[in-house]
Design a protein around this ligand. Structure first.
Ligand SMILES: NC(=O)c1ccc[n+]([C@@H]2O[C@H](COP(=O)([O-])OP(=O)(O)OC[C@H]3O[C@@H](n4cnc5c(N)ncnc54)[C@H](OP(=O)(O)O)[C@@H]3O)[C@@H](O)[C@H]2O)c1
Length: 335
């Protein structure tokens, strides 16, 4: 059975591998393209059978259809799952937040959201009211734990100062995206805030399924790892593509030595970082679920973890402590 870890001070026990549900309910105009509900049902039910209990969605994913799709797949088994959902930062004025939380509850066909996160930081003046509204929803039993997402040190400090107990901070984390190790993860550990790592496969790039970067869908190359002139990119930087390619090659060689697929090594590496509660992989079908479960069962020896750390450290230094991989220094939302 999959390992479970307690999520910060929330008391909730999450499987180390969680299911990212962003693609659920998707159609042709959405980020991930069409997503079959039959596949969603199979992924969710098999995941539960195999000890995965955390499912991550947001009101913003596919206009609410991700929540609807997850709610449908969990019918009859809601009690086995821990659901995380997120309120968009523009909807955090107290009355709006309450209405939106209730709409999420309806779409998810449940009466409580286990971890309800603020999806991206909100401007400081709105923070006390937003977190008071979240505490009110918690007191009424509509949400179990209050969470944040993409909050940096200053923003977490502000949120914690409201007196709200923050159970989780959801942040980008993978072997190419280690910014949180520099400042945010140490603070989360100190303040007993669980960390949910998103994008653990760098949107598929780390599985090794693309023979070159140009084969990957352009939308998956919008982060600061890649050239700023790629379509949809808005970070305005030159990117670190040579370094990324070197690291991908290094992971591939280590995986060959171990006799396992490269994606298994990349995913397994994320479980070794102290303070990470769960990593959320976007999983679209049973084959991907099985593959990622095999990765979760892979125990990397400490010397391999150290080798991988050393391999990706130059990129960590180059990309720095900004955990908003979509934006450059001037426009970063995470501070
Ligand atoms: N809080 C935030 O701001 C935030 C931001 C991003 C994501 N998230 C959360 O984190 C979750 C995961 O992030 P993500 O979906 O962006 O990135 P990801 O987990 O790194 O990548 C997921 C994609 O990789 C491909 N994939 C997954 N397993 C695979 C396998 N075994 N073999 C080959 N391909 C595989 C699938 O895409 P294809 O099949 O289409 O290739 C899948 O959609 C999201 O679903 C969401 O819940 C949160």
């Amino acid at each position: 059975m999959l390992e479970k870890r307690i999520c910060g001070g929330s008391g909730l026990s999450l499987s180390v591998l969680g299911i990212g549900c962003w693609s659920f309910g998707g159609g042709s105009g959405d980020y991930w393209g069409p997503q079959d509900q039959g596949d969603v049902d199979a992924v969710v039910r098999t995941a539960l059978d195999r000890g995965v209990n955390y499912f991550d969605t947001a009101e913003g994913y596919n206009g609410g259809r991700s929540e609807e799709s997850l709610g449908r797949a969990l019918q009859g088994r809601r009690h086995e799952a821990i659901i995380g959902s997120k309120i968009s930062p523009t909807n955090t004025e107290p009355e709006t937040l309450r209405r939106h939380c209730e709409a999420s509850l309806r779409r998810l066909q449940t009466d409580v959201i286990d971890i309800y996160m603020v999806h991206w930081p909100i401007p400081a003046p709105g923070v006390p009211d937003a977190f008071a509204a979240l505490q009110a929803l918690q007191a009424e039993g509509k949400i179990r734990a209050i969470g944040v997402s993409n909050f940096g040190v200053a923003q977490m400090t502000e949120a914690l100062a409201t007196g709200a107990r923050i159970g989780a901070n959801q942040l980008c984390y993978n072997i190419l995206s280690r910014a949180i190790e520099i400042e945010i993860l140490p603070l989360c550990r100190e303040r007993r805030v669980g960390v949910l790592g998103y994008m653990p496969l760098q949107q598929g790039i780390l599985t090794g399924k693309y023979r070159s970067l140009d084969e990957a869908p352009p939308a998956r190359l919008r982060t600061r790892h890649f050239r700023g002139d790629r379509p949809g990119s808005r970070h305005g930087q030159t990117g670190e593509e040579d370094l990324v390619l070197q690291i991908l090659d290094g992971i591939r060689r280590i995986a060959e030595r171990l006799g396992v697929p490269m994606g298994h090594v990349a995913l397994a590496w994320t479980f070794h970082t102290p303070g990470i509660t769960s990593v959320l992989a976007g999983i679209r079908n049973l084959a991907q679920l099985e593959d990622n479960l095999a990765a979760a069962a892979l125990m990397l020896p400490p010397e391999i973890v150290a080798e991988l750390d050393a391999l990706s450290d130059p990129l960590k230094q180059r990309l720095g402590p900004n955990a908003d991989y979509f934006a450059g220094e001037a426009r970063r939302r995470t501070r």
